[in-house]
Unconditional design. Structure first.
Length: 280
């Protein structure tokens, strides 16, 4: 079907390639630098990144160059789309939105760059919903409203084994107050006002994960929701979280289990887990 509106996002949306291909979503890659090597995050093997982080090799993330957005937008314009909706990770966590806006000013079709003030599958579900509206022939206004409603209502819950990686990457925000606590104290975090902020502190990993599960169940309530469990190098714990959510959340339209993008993993560190609750 001909689409009047095209959807672009960045790789922190954590959507599987099969899904983005199916829905016609264009994904611009954030880059990851390990030591002296820099590449698109999709080409960075997760085991290599995890090994580097645990060995204290310098790791950094780099937002896409405006040129990457420019060529993506231009290609879509050449295909005949009338408008582009470009949905991205919080501007308080990355300069990705700024790069997209720089490119948008140089393209002959209107490009609506959206700062979601969040990350991960909160973006992913918003982008997925927007793409379905675009696929059905919806107007750019309807596509924008659909994306906005989804990421505004989503909850992003984050568990990290340690805050050290967030501290190294400068993404710790208001959660900095938790640094230097008792070693057995495990922080639970969330996204608020575009940055990572403290949600709770629990002694012990198992208790922290149970607490995160309880919060997710409460946030879901009895509404119809999409739920994603995200992890970075913690597949077994993620699968266990998903099983518990399946048993305890009553009205879920879609469950998803996914490994977070390497760009997110580079900041949250190995062993990190997340739950996204996104009301439909």
């Amino acid at each position: 079907m001909y689409r009047r509106v095209a959807i672009v996002t960045d790789s922190t949306a954590c959507l599987p390639a099969q899904l983005t291909d199916q829905l016609g979503i264009e994904v611009v890659q954030i880059q990851v630098r390990i030591g002296d090597h820099t590449d698109d995050e999709s080409r960075i093997p997760v085991p290599d990144l995890v090994s580097a982080m645990r060995s204290n090799v310098p790791v950094a993330t780099i937002p896409p160059d405006p040129g990457a957005f420019f060529w993506t937008y231009n290609e879509l314009a050449a295909q005949g789309v009338r408008s582009i909706v470009s949905v991205h990770v919080s501007s308080r966590q990355s300069a990705t939105v700024e790069a997209a806006k720089t490119a948008a000013a140089q393209v002959r079709v209107p490009v609506h760059v959206v700062d979601t003030h969040t990350c991960g599958m909160s973006i992913g579900y918003a982008v997925q919903a927007a793409a379905k509206v675009a696929e059905a022939g919806g107007s750019v206004e309807k596509v924008l409203a659909t994306a906005q409603r989804r990421f505004d209502r989503s909850t992003e819950l984050i568990y990290v084994d340690t805050l050290e990686y967030l501290r190294r990457g400068g993404r710790i925000g208001a959660a900095a107050a938790l640094v230097g606590g008792v070693l057995s104290m495990k922080p639970l975090l969330t996204m608020a006002d575009g940055q990572i902020t403290p949600l709770d502190k629990v002694i012990g990993a198992d208790r922290a994960l149970n607490r995160m599960l309880d919060i997710a169940i409460k946030r879901a309530g009895t509404d119809t929701v999409d739920v994603a469990v995200e992890h970075f190098d913690a597949p077994e714990k993620a699968a266990r979280l998903l099983r518990n959510l399946r048993r305890r959340v009553p009205n879920v339209r879609q469950f998803m289990l996914t490994q977070v993008s390497s760009a997110i993993g580079a900041h949250v560190g190995p062993g990190a887990l997340g739950i996204t609750v996104s009301p439909v």
